[in-house]
Design a protein around this ligand. Sequence first.
Ligand code: SF4
Length: 295
Amino acid sequence: MVIESCRLCPRECGGYRDNKTGKGFCGATALMEVARIAPHYGEEPCISGKRGSGAIFFSHCTMRCLFCQNYEISHGGFGMEISAEQLAEKFKELEKSGVHNINLVNGTHYIPQIRESLMLYKPNIPVIFNCGGYEKAESLKLLSGIVDVYLPDFKYADDEMATKYSGVKNYCETAIKAIDEMLAQTGGLRFDESGMILGGTIIRHLVLPFGTKNSIAVLNIIKEHFGGKAFVSLMAQYTPCGKALSHKRLNRKITKREYQKVLDALFDSELDGYAQELEASGTEFIPSFDLTGVL
Ligand code: SF4
């Protein structure tokens, strides 16, 4: 595959991508790269369940979050090439292993290639697209009918903060449009008889240190814009990693007081959703990126 001038994500950098070259901002070539393919237990209970979520971690990223917990693969680009056919085989292997779903983690810059794999083999378990909320609705349309669950972040209401922390412009409006498209594709949440997700969209929000104002504004936007269709997963697991370790506002976990303020806002908003325990913060949620399941 050759992408002469890539405009797949909202960055629209126009980078040239072929099987060997990745000249765009994200650094991804036209060939997918992955860093880990294995059951993952750190997602929401309706996704991880008892047998784990079949997570496929893609290398490279269209964002540059200073606090990224998967730094070595997103910014560093660590990973190994995998063809659409090989990825389709990995879907089969994961499905056979008994995981509850296929969880495509951070694959925004590979949407056409992922589509190709899913056209070769559509698993009989739900397919989840797990992403940063920084997607183009037009690109997401390529996944319509083949992705069952979207798991987007809604990181920022404050665009200045988005630029400072994640190197993106116009994040808030972009995320609203992307989530509109996701909700239109999936409809409301559906679960099986044991409470595992079958379809729908869950909007994730990670509370950041000194970030309560932004978090409350995000919840307000979700309520105002998506209303009763929204289901929120509030996350407390922030742990300083990568560049955040030396950043004066990002180098600590969130406090009990900060989290409580956001929890109160979630409660007052009457939005449906989950809230993670504060004790969940820590590095145990970060898997090893050592090509497990890839080789
Ligand atoms: S996916 Fe990568 S190459 Fe394509 S527009 Fe986005 S940053 Fe640029």
